[in-house]
Design a binder for this molecule. Structure first.
Ligand code: NAP
Length: 263
């Protein structure tokens, strides 16, 4: 799909990666609707990109449905909003678990359900789901986050298969650790030296490519991380033991601590 002139609903536009996606799609000629909870940040992005602002809390079912109802004719959905949801499951209250599931998984599913029909009736559309490599490999301290991101992977692949031949594509994007902006960068936790990172622009480039080339899945990470991910998918137990031996426990505990205020 050509992006020029198309209408895009982008969630999580106020985040580190979301802002890069907004600028990339705007540069490609999209008419943007940017969504998030922070109206002031959305207003700044709108001033830069000419976007329409749509404030909504995706954990609130009424606000979620109102957001989609107000923008039901979009050509492209980029479901990017998420909470880090890092830490051991026993550290989450039941409300915090609900919020992570609602924002990271339920909202993209509901938005896809409500938007896909009109895309199919027009014979054209693209749904892009921003997952994570934590949606392919689960590690200590990632159970809840991985549940949502593995869920997005399965949802996206199944929906893509359902929509074959309809003119509507579904893409799932899997970033590894992202530097310079976003939830990992803000945690200020130092990565072990052997783990490479990507930039927010790399993720934005992947979103653009997903739309323009209808790609089913795109991993966004340096080659070494993508290779380790493949090995983990083939032998999850072995890789998990290796990562533990390399001292991942300290890193995951620090991440959970520094991201606890986003639960
Ligand atoms: N950063 C990384 O290293 C990394 C790696 C892999 C995957 N990802 C994925 O990339 C995507 C973007 O992440 P990021 O790093 O840009 O995160 P971020 O900077 O923390 O931004 C998160 C975004 O989600 C929105 N959001 C959170 N709760 C919401 C709610 N209840 N209702 C509506 N919007 C809500 C936030 O908007 P408001 O605060 O305005 O509500 C914000 O725009 C996520 O799906 C994330 O899982 C990130």
């Amino acid at each position: 799909m050509q992006i020029q002139g198309k209408t895009v609903l982008l969630t999580g536009a106020t985040g580190g990666i979301g802002e890069a996606i907004a600028h990339e799609l705007s540069a490609a000629g999209a008419k943007l609707i940017v969504s998030g909870r922070r109206a002031d940040v959305l207003a700044r992005i709108a001033a830069d990109t000419g976007a329409t602002v749509a404030v909504a809390d995706l954990a609130d079912r009424e606000q979620l449905e109102a957001l989609v109802a107000a923008h039901s004719n979009v050509d492209i959905l980029v479901a990017n909003a998420a909470l880090p949801a890092s830490g051991e499951l026993s550290d989450f209250s039941l409300d915090q678990i609900d919020r992570a599931l609602d924002v990271n998984l339920r909202a993209p599913v509901i938005m896809s359900r409500l938007l896909a029909d009109q895309m199919v009736s027009r014979g054209s559309g693209q749904i892009v789901l921003i997952a994570s490599l934590a949606g392919k490999v689960a590690t200590a301290g990632s159970s809840l986050y991985s549940a949502t991101k593995f869920g997005l992977r399965g949802f996206g692949a199944g929906l893509r298969a359902d929509l074959v031949g309809s003119g509507v594509g579904v893409s799932v994007v899997f970033p590894g650790f992202v530097r310079d902006a976003g939830m990992f960068h803000e945690s200020e936790v130092e990565l072990p030296g052997y783990v490479g990172t990507s930039s927010p622009q790399d993720v934005a480039d992947a979103v653009r490519s997903a739309v323009e080339n209808d790609r089913g899945e795109i991993d966004v990470a340096p080659l070494s991380v993508r290779a380790a991910t493949k090995v983990s998918e083939l032998a999850p137990g072995v890789m998990s033991a290796v990562v533990r031996r390399l001292g991942s426990a300290k890193f995951t505990a620090e991440m959970a601590d520094s991201q606890a205020d986003k639960r």
